[in-house]
Design a binder for this molecule. Structure first.
Ligand code: 6GU
Length: 251
């Protein structure tokens, strides 16, 4: 898979040299290229942002450096090849395990990391209409980060670990939280009885030492249900999600 990341802080992506993702790059499974947006800003200060039309707080990323950066990325591919463009942002659609699986099917992804109040809206139109890119604005969750870089670290890790050969034990991919709609059961390892140092001794649930595989499977399933109900009731009752009709004001 080819991955291009455009950012004004390329150093933020340095962790992608480490661990399983770093190994996947060295093994040739991932061709990850990080580009500095300022290389495509040609004024004396390499400026990438300016004040928002209409007023308001903060700065907006200028269209020209983004257009050149995206042209550079597109030109690096074979004739007619186009990356899918992912723009991280708190106003995007939720990034889920299902979306990670979907992105893992793509041969080529490009990530555009915005900072400040965001990227001039015309960049999205240009990417879709002039460059022919499928553009997806994607959010990690309902909170605000300073920029897309940390989100890209999370998304690249979630996608890359699904690629064949990146994770040695492919079985560990199926029994995971969010693969089947329930959270994972609690896990334990040796010793069977552990004194924590505060005078309390804690035992591993006896069923796990019983050798009764049927009993272990039902205990684990029950634990998954209880955990999901306690921590993520929305996963068990997806219809409880708000709709536009629940908004206090109609627009
Ligand atoms: Cl993907 N980007 C930014 N800047 N903030 C976020 C986010 C993404 N997801 C949640 N907050």
């Amino acid at each position: 898979m080819i991955l291009d990341v455009v950012s004004i802080f390329p150093d933020y992506l340095a962790p992608l040299d480490l661990s399983l993702i770093g190994k996947a790059r060295r093994d040739g499974l991932l061709d990850l290229r990080v580009h500095d947006l300022r290389d495509f800003a040609h004024d004396r200060h390499h400026s990438v942002d300016d004040t928002p039309y209409g007023g308001g707080a903060g700065m907006v990323m200028k269209p020209q450096p983004w257009a050149e950066a995206l042209a550079h990325v597109v030109a690096s591919g074979a004739d007619g090849a186009r990356p899918r463009l992912v723009v991280p942002g708190p106003g995007g659609m939720p990034f889920t395990q299902a979306m990670a699986r979907e992105l893992a099917e793509e041969p080529w992804l490009a990530f555009a990391c915005g900072r400040y109040e965001g990227i001039d809206e015309r960049v999205y139109e240009h990417a879709a209409q002039d460059l022919g890119l499928e553009v997806s604005v994607v959010s990690l969750g309902d909170y605000v980060l300073n920029g897309g870089e940390v989100a890209v670290l999370a998304m690249v890790e979630a996608v890359a670990r699904l690629l064949p050969g990146v994770i040695g034990n492919a079985e560990s991919l199926v029994e995971e939280s969010h693969e089947d709609g329930l959270l994972e059961y609690p896990v334990y390892t040796k010793p069977a009885s552990w004194e924590s140092g505060s005078g309390v001794t804690r035992a591993v649930p006896p069923v796990l030492l019983s050798g009764d595989h049927g009993a272990i499977a039902s205990w684990r399933h029950q634990q998954r249900l209880e955990r999901t109900a306690a921590r993520r009731p929305d996963l068990l009752h997806p219809s409880s999600a708000l709709t536009v009709d629940d908004l206090p004001v109609s627009l």
